[in-house]
Design a protein around this ligand. Structure first.
Ligand SMILES: Nc1ncnc2c1ncn2[C@@H]1O[C@H](COP(=O)(O)OP(=O)(O)OP(=O)(O)O)[C@@H](O)[C@H]1O
Length: 246
């Protein structure tokens, strides 16, 4: 496993308040990583830094085989480098079918206007079917996305992100609002995705985190408080004190 993303000594201050405080963090490729921590620990800000939405005051953020700095890149350049982000609320095109949503999201070497190309060619159709299979929506390809359940919309959005073949997928609280069965399926989907890329999941649901069966980073007050297996971090007295014991 090689290092894909490295943050070192990163700090961000909002109105005099250090939301991220000398944070160092590494993620490998491929790797599944969970990030947990109390409200205000800096989890969202961390993702904002990776995607270029927030620029740190200090520190380095390097990426990829040539250790390029992400700090000089715009949000769209970072997305093109292969960073995908799934926000908590699903944002799919409700009036379009599942198939059309996936077709729109596919990385298209012929340019952004050629949705029909993907719908009509064999390769495009196969890719859509494979993605639908991966997200458990094979039977729903012709349904408008607006008709899907909350969990299914989340899966569709995960599929749309996977269509772009990100090297790093950031996922914010995927389990929120899902039924236990949907959560289980979501776990399987993310675990599968993390076999070929880096996936970083921010989640409060500890059962969900346990099932991801991966290294866990605990953030607190903008820094790493603990890191390791779920059993390691859940036994850590400091983690119990600031997060789990509450
Ligand atoms: N744009 C901003 N301006 C001012 N303060 C901010 C801004 N964004 C975040 N903060 C503050 O920075 C701290 C870290 O926030 P962040 O949203 O990253 O935490 P979090 O770990 O994602 O929390 P939660 O679990 O509640 O989502 C919080 O105290 C928050 O109020």
């Amino acid at each position: 496993m090689s290092t894909l993303l490295e943050m070192s000594g990163v700090s961000v201050t909002f109105d005099g308040f250090k939301a991220i405080n000398n944070l160092s963090f590494q993620i490998g490729e491929p790797e599944m990583r969970a990030i947990i921590g109390p409200n205000g620990a800096g989890k969202t800000t961390f993702m904002d830094i990776v995607t270029g939405k927030t620029k740190p005051d200090e520190g380095r953020v390097t990426w990829g085989d040539n250790n390029i700095s992400l700090l000089g890149l715009s949000e769209s350049q970072i997305a093109r480098e292969g960073v995908g982000r799934k926000f908590q609320k699903p944002t799919v095109f409700e009036a379009q079918t599942v198939r059309e949503n996936l077709a729109m999201a596919l990385k298209n070497p012929r340019g952004p206007f050629d949705v029909l190309f993907y719908k009509k060619t064999k390769r495009g159709a196969e890719r859509i079917e494979a993605l639908a299979e991966q997200i458990g929506l094979s039977d729903s390809l012709t349904r408008p996305a607006g008709e899907l359940s909350h969990g299914q919309k989340q899966w569709l959005e995960i599929g749309m992100l996977l269509a772009q073949e990100p090297r790093l997928l950031l996922v914010d609280e995927p389990a929120a609002g899902m039924t236990p069965a949907e959560r289980e399926k979501t776990t399987e989907m993310l675990v599968e995705a993390a076999k070929t890329r880096a996936v970083v999941v921010v989640e409060h649901d500890m059962e969900f985190v346990r099932r991801l069966n991966c290294k866990v980073t605990v953030l607190n007050e903008g820094s790493v408080l603990a890191e390791g297996s779920i059993d390691h971090v859940t036994k850590d007295p400091q983690v119990i004190d600031v997060y789990l014991g509450r």
